[in-house]
Design a binder for this molecule. Sequence first.
Ligand SMILES: CC(C)(COP(=O)(O)OP(=O)(O)OC[C@H]1O[C@@H](n2cnc3c(N)ncnc32)[C@H](O)[C@@H]1OP(=O)(O)O)[C@@H](O)C(=O)NCCC(=O)NCCS
Length: 165
Amino acid sequence: MIRITQAAPQQLSIVQQIAYDTWPHTFGNILTPEQIDYMLKMMYDLDVLKELVEKKGHVFLLAEADGNFGGFAGYELNYKKEPVSKLHKIYVLPQMQGKNAGLALISEVERIAREAGMKKLSLNVNRDNKAVGFYERNGFAISGEEDIDIGNGFFMNDYIMTKKL
Ligand SMILES: CC(C)(COP(=O)(O)OP(=O)(O)OC[C@H]1O[C@@H](n2cnc3c(N)ncnc32)[C@H](O)[C@@H]1OP(=O)(O)O)[C@@H](O)C(=O)NCCC(=O)NCCS
């Protein structure tokens, strides 16, 4: 049984911990250890997470199973002032993957987005990440690609995937 709740401000450290525990497993064969380290610091510093929630309209959901937090999703409504919800982040701990936590998280984001009048869900995913298969399985299609310069000589080589709501 998976329970989805909205993360309270003091629970952003749980989001951070899940990211740190999941990224090396997810990106170990895709990115260098230096890039993983750089991106984790840039994206998951507690002050950065706090600013996303307090000033940039991001919302984090937590997935809990048997009393343990095992995954999170971060989304934003009205992305770029359009009726679009952007799924910025979704990560499930390696030992909890394949047990429907990802599905529960994405379904809840979809439900909230639909209820808020959003017409589309959009996300970026690394082109070599097998999560592309997860998104396709759950109704997303590749709608473009982009290479984003994130500084220090590092790039994110992404697909843009979208799902009509
Ligand atoms: C991608 C991720 C969020 C999926 O969550 P999960 O809990 O492992 O997936 P679920 O158990 O909810 O799977 C739901 C459905 O998608 C399918 N699925 C899951 N991963 C899949 C994959 N890589 N390719 C194809 N289908 C996949 C499952 O088989 C299931 O389908 P079913 O209902 O027919 O059985 C999770 O594996 C994860 O955190 N991966 C590492 C981090 C990552 O890559 N995040 C995305 C960054 S953009």
